[in-house]
Design a protein around this ligand. Structure first.
Ligand code: 7TS
Length: 407
């Protein structure tokens, strides 16, 4: 049991206090999206209620207030990642767009036939398909780094794949399908030793612990606001300044230009070069409020509580007949994927939902690793710091009841 005051924390999350199918909701789908504290909800509604205006170049009080709040949010993200400067924080629509931006902009400017891109076999489709596009567009090749039966990257195989033709290594900090925490410090060191750049997909890491991009020395780090108790539709791309300055714009339009003429166009400086059009101002302010909320939390205690929930859940899973865990790496975040013998994951998910327990089922946008394991997908329970040991008990009671319908 952990000393983390979960009940006080849960009071901050209004959505958790509802009935689903006649039972108190047990929300265990945090790897898909996290829930939002009242402080985030209020920051977004207060913005629309009081400060809403378009940003930059505004000549009135609301525009100034909106701009100050919008750029303050960028500064908070820079501090959250320990980035050297806020101009290295690019707003996007999410992890997916952040990776597409790097694959399209850096990729087309730096990849050529014979170059190689490495991604792990357990990646989310958002960290596979954009690299397939870049490979197709440039003649480079995309190769999967092998993953073992526990869901660990095979580091010996990775090391043997590296040579001077490898120009990009793109891997998840944490696997969304299995929770594996990848040894990204080692991966970054090995990749840099052959001259490759490294993009780290942090979508499943940022909600669990502090990330220091300078200490990691990664070239790019990406995540989504909705994975960090913030709103959907907003993402972050961190990049090294020289890299971002060397990359061509991703989208054209207002904000990203200095001058436009039919004779030619010049582009804006960082970060605006990559931010065409009116940005998600409210979303950025909401993410800023989420970071404020996390900064006021004992994040070490929160992470310890999540790990205690995972240990408790996996202990119960191992004692549950007919249940097989998928993803048994020694270092995991609080994600537990499993199968019930003889049952399709989707059917299990429906039966759990009927009992008020929300989990995610399917391939979790990680079809290659599901194919490697020769399974159609998994049932995935993912815990956050606002979940309780009693909710783990509710999950396993629901599993036992579901089993009576399945066999
Ligand atoms: C590791 C990882 N990378 C990229 C993405 C894409 O993020 P988006 O652009 O905000 O959609 C996700 C979302 N993962 C999940 C979304 O729903 N269930 C999931 O596991 C993810 O977990």
């Amino acid at each position: 049991k952990s000393g983390f005051d979960v009940e006080r924390i849960r009071a901050d999350f209004p959505i958790l206090h509802q009935q689903v199918n006649g039972q108190p909701l047990v929300y265990l789908d945090n790897a898909a999206t996290t829930q939002k504290p009242e402080q985030v909800i209020a920051a977004i509604s207060d913005y629309y209620r009081t400060d809403n205006s378009n940003v930059h170049r505004g000549a009135h009080a609301l525009a100034d207030r909106a701009t100050v709040k919008f750029e303050a949010a960028r500064e908070k993200v820079a501090q959250f990642l320990n980035a050297p400067a806020a101009k290295q924080i690019i707003w996007t629509r999410g992890t997916t767009e952040s990776i597409n931006l790097v694959a399209a902009s850096w990729g087309k400017a730096n990849l050529k036939p014979g170059d190689r891109i490495l991604v792990s076999a357990m990646e989310h489709h958002a960290n596979i398909v954009p690299w397939q596009f870049a490979a197709q567009a440039t003649g480079a090749t995309l190769e999967p780094i092998p993953v073992d039966a526990h869901g660990n990257i095979n580091m010996l195989a990775f090391d043997s794949m590296l040579d001077s033709h490898v120009k990009m290594v793109a891997v998840g900090h944490v696997s969304n399908a299995m929770g594996t925490i990848n040894p990204i410090e080692k991966i970054i060191t090995l990749a840099h030793a052959v001259g490759a750049r490294v993009l780290i997909d942090g979508a499943q890491a940022v909600s669990h612990w502090a990330v220091d991009v300078q200490k990691l020395n990664c070239d790019f780090y990406v995540f989504s606001a909705h994975k960090l108790f913030g709103p959907t539709g907003l993402g972050v791309l961190y990049g090294k300044e020289d890299l971002l300055n060397s990359m061509p714009p991703y989208q054209g339009g207002g904000e990203m230009i200095e001058t436009v003429s039919f004779a030619g166009t010049t582009f804006n400086q960082l970060p605006y070069k990559f931010e065409a059009g009116t940005p998600d101002i409210a979303g950025a302010i909401g993410l800023g409020a989420a970071i404020d909320y996390l900064n006021a939390l004992d994040r070490v205690a929160a992470a310890e509580h999540e790990q205690a929930l995972l240990a408790y859940a996996e202990e119960k899973a191992r004692a549950t007949s007919g249940l097989t865990l998928v993803g048994t790496a020694p270092h995991k975040t609080s994600v537990m994927s499993f199968l019930i013998d003889g049952a399709h994951p989707a059917d299990v998910g429906v039966l759990l939902d009927k009992q008020g327990v929300a989990v995610r089922t399917g391939n979790h946008c990680a079809q290659p690793i599901m194919d490697q394991f020769a399974i159609p997908g998994t049932v995935r329970a993912s815990f956050s710091f606002y979940n309780t040991f009693a909710e783990v008990d509710r999950l396993f009671a629901a599993i036992e009841k579901a089993k009576t319908f399945l066999v």
